[in-house]
Design a protein around this ligand. Sequence first.
Ligand SMILES: [Zn+2]
Length: 405
Amino acid sequence: MLKIVYKYFFILISLFFSLNIQAQYLTLDSHIDIPFDYMDNPKNDPGNLTEMQVDFSKMKSGGLDAGFFIVYVEQSSLTSDGYEKAKDLAMLKFNAIHKMVNTYPNKIRLALSPSDIKKAKEDGLMSAAIGIENGYIIGNDINLIKEFYDLGARYITLAHIGHNQISDSSIPKKSLNDSYKKHGGISLFGKQVISKMNELGIMIDISHISDMAAKQVIKLSKTPVIASHSAVKAIANHPRNLSDDLIKQIAQKNGVIQVVAFSSYVQVNLERNRAINDLRKSIVNLAGDNDFVYKKHSQYSEYKIKLAEIDKEFPLPDVNYFVDHIDYIVNLVGINYVGISSDFGGGGGINGWMDASQTNNITSALIERGYSNNDIKKIWSENLLRVWSSVESYPIKNSMQNPSG
Ligand SMILES: [Zn+2]
């Protein structure tokens, strides 16, 4: 009996200490996906106890202070009809994020600048910044970037899976008949997009785009760039991951790489991949689609059950694998160019960080690896906030150097 009491006492004490340690860091996850019925469906309302990987109670219990909530729209055809539909879908997510902060003002606040995130933490509130995943939603209308900025977007991932009007993707999309490359990097319109983003103070995200495109962006952008959710190619050889050369170029430009907890980018496990591919093929056949659609509603529950079986047979990489990627970047370019992202809601999740309630496990792993307090502060948010500050102040500096009128 006494033994059990001791055991629980010990668990309580260590929980108390780990949460206390966690509280001193401003923790920022740079990539959290949301569904299209976010805030409309009670199941997808973060104010409730949900099955989503991120909701307020999970953020609170894991000590996650802030996140970039993502306006993601899947790549489709490069036609005016496609662009119009994409913009409508994007608006659903912008509206949902605004509804979230308006519904829960005493829990979470919209962050339009790094100072908003710091202020919210001081006030004991969480914060939500907004990132756009897929510049596809800009269509051919350069003025839309300002509209999205006014809605709160502070970074744009130029492309997703599939080439778009702005950039080549690291993964061409079969169902759109993509060839290996479309523009040989960034398109002419893409160059205009980059200079517009610089002018407005929006961070440029090179995650998902091809290596050639990323190199061109780093050269073209007047401000540091980010990889909002990518990992290290030298550890996991996946087209979505970053080569040493790209990591060095991002660092030289004073940017940041936000290591992502997406299992197949953290660890290449060929047997697991084969099993998942086979599963996806069977789901595609079942649904009568050309391509696997993540969370395709009719077959999603079937997919989840089968995926759980695969998870048992070929376990996901754990937090230690994840921290290996952080170590690698630190050894290659130093402590100032690395951060953290989950990709929760978009396929992210590894053993030990399956949802926001386990966020403190990442901090514990960093402490175990010997990172100092200051290092951990940089990794958890200061590096990304430094880049964001530099990007948001560029329009002001630029207008002082080139006064007009
Ligand atoms: Zn992504």
